[in-house]
Design a protein around this ligand. Structure first.
Ligand code: C2O
Ligand code: CU
Ligand code: CU
Length: 420
């Protein structure tokens, strides 16, 4: 942090060994460490300088997933950083308070680099997040929860090259923040979990082992207008949600588990009794204008189709030299995104758009669920679904949109829009 309030970070991609389990260390990638990376904390209105040093033996890039940002600093496939190369970006934060994440985006190599460990969180704060009476003590009642699945071979290696699946690489072991069988120790109060689906391809259905409900307070791009009571929360790859789990009535020694269906993700262990300070959640968290006016003739239509190496958007595979769509800054557009479900069984494609936060207007002719009525940058597209979104680009340049199953993205389920 410098005297003018601007903030500088230096991030190095590096190889390392990570001791996930007994026996051999796993060969991994990390930012400033052997696996995952630090939390980058920035504020709305702040000037940010970030230097990425690439200590890998291959190209990488630094992508700010979810940040409203000019395209020259967005870190997509047009901005490779060579081995031993360095890249610096400068920008002013336009984004309101939110939990975002960063990961590499090199052409054709995103899946492998993320799987090997390159990802981290971005916390954006602003006056609203300062003033809201929410749990915000890092590691005490406010926790980053990056959920990933990995497969370990008999030597404890990831071996992405051998196990990768063109329709999404999944593993049989769940990790939270790079830890197997994770737990957190808390007081009996309200606990905020900033959930990030950092998996290449797995969809999660989060619930609590107690079958109690919890409150979702934020979606991808910031706070929801009000807390939304939930029993289950789905997150597709790339999606985030902040939830509050209330263990105020629990006693020392009690625990509740965050589950994915029937599988344990995280144990929340109450180790200390107190008189909780936050009695109830704020009724109003944000002031996002909501109107769900879908249209019969959208400004743009995107159709996701195919599987494996046949994945395509509007029948085309990614070509760095081809611009697929055009838009103007300051113009609100309505896009319809379809999952054509043209193969037996079909797949959920998580749709993601760079450089913006958008609103979901309509899911198959219906108003979106309450927890999707806030800012989004990634949404589930079920087989056969039609979703309309409202989007406005704040910045000029070239931005990517793609399926966030990282192997689909690497296989060409990606396009680019030029904003003028
Ligand atoms: Cu999370 Cu284009 O990426
Ligand atoms: Cu992104
Ligand atoms: Cu896909």
């Amino acid at each position: 942090l410098s005297s003018d309030g601007s903030i500088s970070y230096t991030i190095a991609t590096q190889e390392g060994g990570t001791q996930f389990k007994e026996g051999n260390a796993t060969q991994t990638f990390g930012y400033n460490g052997s696996y995952l990376g630090p939390i980058i904390r920035i504020r709305k209105g702040q000037n940010v300088h970030l230097t990425t040093v690439n200590k890998l033996e291959e190209n990488t890039s630094f992508h700010w997933h979810g940040l409203k940002i000019p395209s020259n600093v967005d870190g997509g496939p047009h901005s490779p950083i060579k081995p031993n190369g360095t890249a610096t970006v400068d920008f002013t934060v336009m984004q309101e308070a939110a939990t975002l994440w960063f990961h590499p985006h090199p052409e054709g190599r995103t899946g492998e680099q993320v799987y090997n460990g390159l990802a981290g969180l971005i916390y954006v704060e602003d006056e609203n997040s300062d003033s809201l009476d929410l749990p915000k003590d890092y590691g005490i009642n406010d926790f980053p929860i990056i959920v990933q699945d990995r497969f370990f071979d008999e030597d404890n290696q990831f071996n992405y090259q051998d196990i990768q699946n063109m329709d999404g690489t999944q593993g049989d072991t769940l990790l939270v923040n790079g830890t197997i069988n994770p737990y957190i120790e808390v007081k009996n109060e309200k606990i905020r979990l900033r959930l990030v689906n950092g998996s290449n391809a797995r969809n999660y259905q989060f619930n609590l082992s107690s079958k109690e409900s919890f409150y979702q307070i934020a979606s991808d791009g910031g706070f929801l207008n009000e807390p939304v009571q939930m029993d289950t929360l789905q997150l597709v790859p790339g999606e985030r949600a902040e939830i509050v789990v209330d263990v105020s009535d629990y006693k020392k020694g009690d625990n509740v588990k965050l589950m994915n269906g029937n599988a344990e993700v995280l144990s929340i262990n109450v180790v200390e009794g107190i008189n909780p300070e936050i009695k109830s959640l704020p009724e109003t968290l944000n002031k996002i204008s909501t109107s769900f006016n879908s249209v019969s003739v959208p400004d743009k239509e995107l159709t996701f189709s195919g599987m494996g190496n046949m994945v395509a958007i509007n029948g085309k595979q990614f070509d760095m030299e081809r611009i697929d769509l055009q838009a103007k800054t300051g113009t609100t557009e309505i896009w319809e995104i379809n999952n054509s479900n043209d193969m037996m069984g079909g797949m959920i494609h998580p749709f993601h758009l760079h450089g913006v936060q958008f609103k979901v207007l309509d899911r198959n002719g219906k108003v979106p669920p309450a927890n999707e009525q806030g800012w989004k940058d990634t949404i589930a597209l079920y087989p056969g679904e039609k979703v309309q979104i409202e989007v406005e680009f704040p910045e000029k340049g070239i931005f990517m949109y793609h399926c966030h199953i990282l192997e689909h993205e690497d296989n060409g389920m990606m396009g680019q829009i030029i904003v003028e």
